[in-house]
Design a protein around this ligand. Structure first.
Ligand SMILES: [Zn+2]
Length: 355
């Protein structure tokens, strides 16, 4: 079974929108991730991807080169990690919309976060971006199209007119855009499984989700970073199980407890994973396919924000969380094991500094 379609994954999110590591760092990092049970990487390139041609302007000056993307794959493969590229296609689109070339495609002219789904240039732009990323990920099986936190939707006169003429709500407009992008991707790249963040669909009624046929095209990744009580609708997994074949979840090992955090509050993140384990034990049996978990590590809250905890100082937290995610519990023996493996002379402090 080279496909691993039913394999349950533990993905590590590499958020490259701030302080992106050099390839040499990945060379040291990937063996550690793999040895703690990670099975893949969810790589959010943002402006670090070597975009070229008509979208060369969205590439950062210090972006990776095409050879770096190939090398990243080689490093990942050598450590038994799959690679899943993540490219935003709706909200959190600042790295594209901040440029004057794309200003007209903003939903609200003053804000560069959300694109206007009815602008005639929106789809050619998004499909061009996706095509370039897929081209450098020729053998990867999954592609994440983001689509979380689209704060501005249905606000511009063109979208409002469209909604009025076609009797659409802003939820319909959201689903229509995601459908359009995912439909095109399925046609162009039939072997790709498309993933998206779930939050914009979280409160949509079952009928709406079903009639949109979105379940034929994408798999949701349900994110929740709280320590104890999750903020999810009670029937969310009933609805998602009735609509989607594959379901993913996402936790956090850093960048989720304060936009100016220096060190991750490790106990919080361990608790977040333990809560996911208990939620999954209650609902996972309903899923047709439980795909696995992505441990997110946010570098910034958005493209313009200050940096959160840096990746190196979050490694103890990441390894502890991976241990929890792969063992489904957290014992003193796990705490000792991870601390010793990372070379600490004592147990890693779970509350790194007094608040
Ligand atoms: Zn619009």
């Amino acid at each position: 079974m080279e496909d691993n379609a039913e394999k349950v994954h533990s993905l590590i999110h590499l958020d490259l929108k701030g302080a992106p590591p050099r390839l040499g760092y990945f060379e040291q990092l990937f063996p550690i991730l793999s040895s703690f049970g990670a099975t893949g990487l969810l790589v959010e390139y943002e402006d670090m991807f070597p975009y070229h041609g008509k979208v060369a302007h969205i590439r950062a000056p210090h972006a990776y080169l095409p050879d770096d993307i190939i090398k990243l794959h080689t490093l990942a493969t050598n450590n038994n990690l799959i690679v899943i590229p993540l490219v935003q296609t709706f909200g959190h689109f600042e790295f594209v919309l901040k440029h004057d070339e794309n200003r007209a495609i903003r939903e609200i002219e003053r804000y560069p976060n959300a694109l206007c789904p009815t602008h005639p240039d929106a789809f050619p732009l998004v499909s061009r971006i996706i095509a370039q990323v897929v081209e450098l990920h020729p053998n990867d099986k999954f592609f994440h199209i983001g689509a979380d936190e689209v704060w501005h939707i249905g606000k511009c006169p063109r979208c409002q007119n469209e909604m009025e003429v076609k009797k659409m709500s802003s939820s319909d407009l959201f689903l229509a855009w995601v459908f359009k992008v995912a439909w095109w991707m399925k046609k162009e790249y039939p072997n790709l499984t498309i993933i998206m963040w779930d939050d914009m669909m979280r409160n949509m009624p079952l009928d709406k989700l079903k009639s949109s046929r979105i379940g034929e095209l994408v798999e949701p990744m349900v994110w929740q970073y709280q320590a104890k009580k999750f903020d999810l609708p009670a029937d969310i997994f009933n609805r998602y199980s009735a609509v989607f074949d594959g379901i993913w979840v996402a936790s956090a090992f850093k960048g989720a407890t304060g936009s100016t955090q220096f060190l991750p509050p490790i106990q919080h993140h361990i608790n977040n994973h333990l809560t996911w384990i208990s939620v999954l034990s209650e609902y996972k049996h309903q899923f047709k396919i439980y795909r696995g978990i992505a441990l997110t590590g946010w570098q910034r809250y958005d493209h313009y924000a200050v940096l959160c905890e840096l990746l190196p100082v979050a490694l103890p937290c990441l390894c502890l969380c991976l241990r929890v995610a792969t063992r489904n519990s957290f014992t003193e023996a796990d705490h000792d094991y991870v601390s010793q493996r990372l070379g600490f002379p004592h147990r890693v402090n779970l509350v790194p500094f007094p608040r």
